[in-house]
Design a protein around this ligand. Structure first.
Ligand code: BJW
Length: 255
């Protein structure tokens, strides 16, 4: 699908004027890397499971092995994926504007892998593991050495290990969340990419940016919860829209 040239023109013009830019991303930005989104009815990550069973502390306590294995499956999938043109375009954008921060809900680490420098991870990172009891990140663990007894155990206290991600009902990392809202309220432009905007408190960032006077540009395959907070929607796949937008900005800056 061709991206609306007039919308690209307006967005690139706004980016050229902006000094502080926040890029707020969700699972859609990684879809073209082969990582399923959460809420896609046909291929989404929760297609065969109830999210309450997999992504809550209560779900983990009820069936720790199931939850560990679901994350182990996703960890392996993510380890085999590469950033897509959308991630690379955002890394490139970081070199073109005065100040840019990527605030992501994704746990896949693909923005850093693509070269984005300043990245705030609001929902954790799936490659890290922490101790259920101590809440401390554990470096020394091995999935394979625990045949039959999953999740693996913390070598210091013997309690279960769990992925270092934020489950429903858990608080987001305090410093990262405060920094994300501060940046949202100070930026001139927020680019919102590939999120359904259903999960709070992260989903309030675009409205916070707009209320504080920023321009908000959304990139998504379809309109959603964020669209009313956006000044315009660049409709399409982020791996196609973002390279076009960044190339247009580059040419504008050269003129
Ligand atoms: C494309 C594309 C392409 C596809 N190109 N686009 C206030 C009101 C109501 C409820 C709450 C509230 N405050 C807190 C809550 C409770 C809860 C919540 O929000 N519930 C709602 C579901 C109603 N929030 C919490 O519990 C949070 N904690 C918290 O607030 O603590 C304090 C508190 C607790 C309890 C009560 C009150 C206060 C924690 C939220 C943690 C979210 N964790 C997860 C799992 C992370 C670990 C893991 O990966 O397993 O984070 S849930 C899941 O959703 C994941 C994502 O980061 C997050 C957002 O999803 P995202 O990224 O938007 O993905 P999708 O699939 O939803 O959307 C994909 C989008 O991409 C779509 O729009 C597509 O169209 C688009 N797309 N292909 C462009 N190629």
């Amino acid at each position: 699908m061709e991206v609306d040239p007039e919308m690209i023109e307006r967005s690139a013009g706004w980016l050229a004027e902006a000094r502080k830019v926040v890029v707020f991303t969700g699972a859609g930005v990684s879809a073209e890397s082969g990582i399923p989104t959460f809420r896609d009815a046909l291929t989404g990550l929760w297609e065969n499971y109830d999210p309450q069973q997999l992504a809550t502390p209560e779900g983990f306590l009820a069936d720790p092995k199931l939850v560990w294995e679901w994350y182990a499956y996703r960890r392996k999938l993510i380890a085999e994926t590469q950033p897509n043109p959308g991630h690379f375009a955002l890394a490139e954008l970081g070199k073109l504007v005065w100040e840019l921060t990527v605030v992501t809900q994704n746990v896949d680490g693909l923005h850093r892998k693509a070269g984005s420098r300043k990245v705030i991870e609001l929902h954790g990172n799936i490659t890290r593991v922490k101790c259920w009891r101590g809440d401390t990140v554990v470096e020394d663990w091995d999935d394979r050495s625990w045949a039959g007894d999953l999740p693996p155990r913390c070598k210091l206290c013997g309690d279960m290990l769990r992925p270092d991600v934020v489950w429903f009902g858990e608080s987001l990392p305090e410093q990262e969340l405060a920094e994300a809202f501060r940046l949202a309220q100070e930026c001139d432009l927020m680019l919102v990419v590939g999120t359904s905007g259903l999960v709070q408190p992260s989903a309030s960032l675009p409205a916070a940016a707009r209320q504080a006077g920023a321009r908000v540009v959304e990139v998504n395959r379809e309109p959603g919860e964020i669209t009313p907070s956006a000044h315009l929607l660049l409709k399409g796949k982020s791996g196609e829209v973002l390279p076009v937008l960044v190339n247009r900005l580059k040419r504008l800056l050269e003129e």
